[in-house]
Ligand binder design. Structure first.
Ligand code: PLP
Ligand code: ZN
Length: 430
């Protein structure tokens, strides 16, 4: 019997050296990679720290373009170090030229990042892809948990299912029914708490310490939040490896906002795009707009509010990254603005009517703020502007339902249709 020998390739070992650990955003103290989110010295928030010299040697436009059509094409810029990840196929969503909406607003270079088409229909699949991967395969947790304003619930439950982990989800009891069923379907332990998001978050901090679970937006938050950087990477790549001039981003805790900014900065410092400034515009619902208020009062001190808005996905009264969001707006020459619930519904309808994209209430806030700034003349008509649409309209179907025209209701005869049609034309003057 012949003995076949072969050159066995060296096992592929994921280099961990590009991830240095966690670093305090305030005092700079370094910590090893661990499930923790607060500095033990100064209580500042921890952030993943990278060795960009190592990354610069690993990453090029070509290496990224060869990657999968998901956010994992940017894996070398992300905090996972295990070979295994929880891959739901999140990310690499369409960046669409929005000519019709642009015409309505007087903007000649408007784009929409349509993140409504992720696996669980919101951008939350990006941070949860990171948090679930790190929790399952880097730290070996068996339970994935979260405090949710709605979209996080479904995303955590779905990713836990794929990772064969237990899910324990905490939500405010008054959440939209479609978001409750959109999480329940994955069969998590779902806990509805009598209180608002900030109450839920406080409770979860206590539970996390006691039970040793991976709360994606609490003890593994530093890894979680890095997932939102992919929203910057994708937009730059989809624009042909260049930075937009301005982006409009909805703010709840401010995590996504600060990480999109970080993503753009990383791309220019790594030489993947020409250096440039992206003006960061934050959008909030007027009924929960503590970050906008701080900006308008020229303070970095974001004072907590009690949310009162139909925009439940953005209803965080005490935003963890509010302070950093205001600073980024000032540094980049961006803006912060809020819209009412009625303007939010108008924004949902405007986007649907002009571009065929159905957004949830957070998207209505983004479009509403974009419209407000454009009509005020606060945006140069030739700027490349990207509006981030972060959640799907089927999650909040009741938001606009009350103001939509009912169908023409007719008997199944030609004459009935023609009468109704003629009547419609007369009424609408079309
Ligand atoms: C959670 C959420 C946001 C905001 O997230 P933060 O990172 O907490 O600011 C925006 N849009 C949608 C649809 C969301 O679910
Ligand atoms: Zn510190």
């Amino acid at each position: 019997m012949a003995i076949i020998t072969a050159d066995v390739p060296a096992p592929v070992v994921a280099s961990t050296s590009r991830v240095r650990g966690l670093q305090c955003r305030e005092c700079g103290q370094l910590y090893p990679r661990a499930p923790m989110h607060v500095c033990e010295l100064c209580f500042g928030p921890l952030e993943v720290a990278y060795d960009y010299d190592v990354i610069r040697r690993m990453v090029s436009r070509e290496s990224i373009e060869r990657g999968p059509h998901s956010l994992w094409r940017y894996r070398d810029l992300l905090p996972v170090t295990s070979d295994r990840v929880v891959d739901s196929g999140a990310g690499f969503t369409p960046l669409l030229r929005a000519e019709n909406l642009g015409r309505a607003l007087g903007l000649r270079n408007l784009w929409v990042k349509n993140d409504t088409v992720n696996p669980t229909f919101s951008f939350k699949d990006r941070p949860v892809s990171m948090a679930s991967s790190v929790a399952a395969y880097d730290f070996g947790f068996d339970t994935l948990a979260c405090a949710s304003t709605g979209n996080l619930a479904g995303s955590v439950a779905a990713h836990a299912a794929r990772a064969w982990m237990r899910a324990c989800i905490f939500i405010p009891a008054d959440l939209e029914p479609s978001k409750i069923s959109g999480a329940s379907i994955y069969d998590p332990i779902l806990v509805a708490v009598d209180g608002n998001y900030d109450d839920v978050n406080r409770l979860c901090s206590e539970i996390g310490d006691l039970y040793g679970w991976a709360f994606v937006n609490i003890n593994v938050r530093p890894y979680y939040s890095e997932g939102s950087k992919t929203l910057a990477y994708e937009v730059a790549e989809q624009l042909g490896w260049r930075l937009p001039d301005r982006v409009v981003v909805p703010i709840a805790s401010g995590s996504m906002f600060t990480k999109i900014h970080k993503g753009f900065r990383e791309l220019s410092s790594l030489g993947l795009v020409a250096a440039g400034n992206v003006k960061m515009v934050g959008a909030q619902a007027l009924g929960c707009s503590p970050v906008v208020t701080a900006f308008k009062e020229h303070t970095h001190d974001v004072r907590p509010v009690r949310p009162n808005t139909i925009v439940k996905s953005l209803a965080i009264g005490n935003p963890a990254d509010g302070y950093y969001s205001v600073k980024i707006v000032e540094e980049t020459g961006g803006d912060l603005e809020a819209v009412t619930d009625d303007e939010t519904v108008d924004g949902i309808r405007l986007l649907a009517r002009t571009e065929g994209i159905y957004a949830e209430t957070a998207g209505g806030v983004t479009v509403g703020v974009l419209k407000k700034l454009a009509l005020r003349g606060a945006i140069d008509p030739d700027e490349t502007v990207v509006a981030y649409i972060t959640g799907n309209g089927l999650k909040t179907p009741d938001a606009a339902a009350g103001v939509l025209a009912p169908p023409l209701h007719v008997a199944p005869t030609l004459s009935a249709f023609e009468a109704a049609y003629k009547d419609l034309l007369a009424r609408t003057g079309a």
